[in-house]
Write a protein that binds this ligand. Structure first.
Ligand code: NAD
Length: 315
């Protein structure tokens, strides 16, 4: 039996991706792994493993024993958290990717998925409709690690034939788990406050536009890319990917149509300068052309869906 290993499965993206992968392949073929044993308890429908990606012997043993043929490597230190301990962020993000790429070669794996981010872009990048190929110059350790990671992915594909695929996610918005320390986390927290009937103090300014995506679209994009024929995946660094672009004021006004008493204030902190260095919107033509990417959710549709479904997750 060939299995799929998800590393960092208990996080914001992994929690939902693991569920969909289990539906598609059957829970017995999916191994959800994470550092955090408590967080793995929610995966009743698939196999689980407590695993530190930095413990190379333990990861190699599991890959061998369980005949792992695909890895989704999601464990990373995110943008805002990375700035608090840059050397640790670099070490975890880089060493773990290189190790996974080496494992893919050693065990002749079918495919690897590794997410990049809009954090690869920097202050000198064109801000509107940011092209696939352009100046990057990221100025966070997270962005630097994602850009270097993209180069490594392309290198391992070209030199060693490792079938590694990647997307530059925008800010991901989901209601099924809490975000893990990114600069776009406000767009998740705001819904929690609105539903709790509380005031929301936003850590970005009212007019900060950022590219964002609702989680069901992110899961769909990830699996569309992974299921695409090898020859359709023409970009082996990482694909630009886009859905919605909005400001904190836009999302506030959208929520207010459902919760008229909801109030907001703005207190930009260190995350404002990270957000200012990122694009306002992304050109993802290549993803749409090469493997048929199409998003489904705009701001209004996403907001209606979250406000309808989040309360059940809070009880
Ligand atoms: P998250 O922080 O919510 O989840 C990461 C998970 O990795 C956590 O459950 C954590 O316990 C686990 N982890 C951390 N260190 C580990 C280690 N040493 N070994 C094993 N597991 C470890 O992150 P996320 O938001 O789910 O992001 C997943 C991936 O997607 C990351 O690579 C991130 O850079 C990328 N991404 C996320 C966003 C976003 O908006 N969430 C945007 C762009 C890219």
């Amino acid at each position: 039996m060939e299995r799929i290993l998800i590393i960092g499965a208990a996080g914001q993206l992994g929690s939902e991706l693991t569920f969909t992968l289990s539906q598609q392949y059957g829970g017995d073929n999916i191994i959800a792994s994470d550092l955090n044993p408590k967080a793995l308890e929610k995966f009743e429908y698939c196999k689980t493993a407590v695993l530190d990606i930095m413990d190379q012997d333990a990861v190699r043993k599991l890959v061998k024993d369980q005949n792992v043929k695909q890895i989704y490597h999601l464990a990373a230190v995110l943008s805002a958290t990375g700035e608090k301990n840059p050397r640790f962020a670099w070490q975890l993000n880089m060493d773990s990717l290189l190790f996974v790429l080496e494992l893919a070669m050693e065990f002749k794996m079918d495919k690897i998925y590794w997410p990049s981010s809009i954090a690869v872009f920097g202050p000198n990048t064109p801000k509107i409709n940011t092209p696939q190929f352009c100046v990057k110059e990221p100025n966070t350790v997270y962005g630097i690690s994602k850009q270097a990671g993209e180069r490594w992915c392309e290198y391992y594909f070209q030199k060693f034939g490792v079938d590694v695929r990647s997307l530059r996610y925008p800010g991901l918005i989901g209601y099924k788990s809490l975000p893990g320390g990114g600069t776009t986390d406000y767009a998740v927290d705001i819904y929690h406050k609105a539903i709790a009937g509380e005031h929301f103090d936003c850590f970005l300014s009212a007019e900060t536009a950022l590219p964002m995506m609702y989680m069901p679209d992110a899961i769909k994009a990830t699996l569309d890319l992974m299921h695409a024929p090898k020859e359709s995946v023409k970009i082996r660094s990482s694909y630009n990917l886009a859905a919605i672009s909005f400001t904190p004021e836009d999302i506030y006004q959208c929520i207010k149509t459902h919760h008229p008493d909801f109030t907001i204030s703005y207190s930009p902190d260190f995350r404002q300068s990270i957000a200012d260095s990122w694009p306002d919107s992304i050109d993802d033509t290549r993803a749409r052309e090469d493997w048929g990417w199409n998003h489904e959710y705009d701001l209004k549709k996403m907001t209606e869906d979250i406000l309808r479904n989040l309360p059940a997750y809070l009880v």
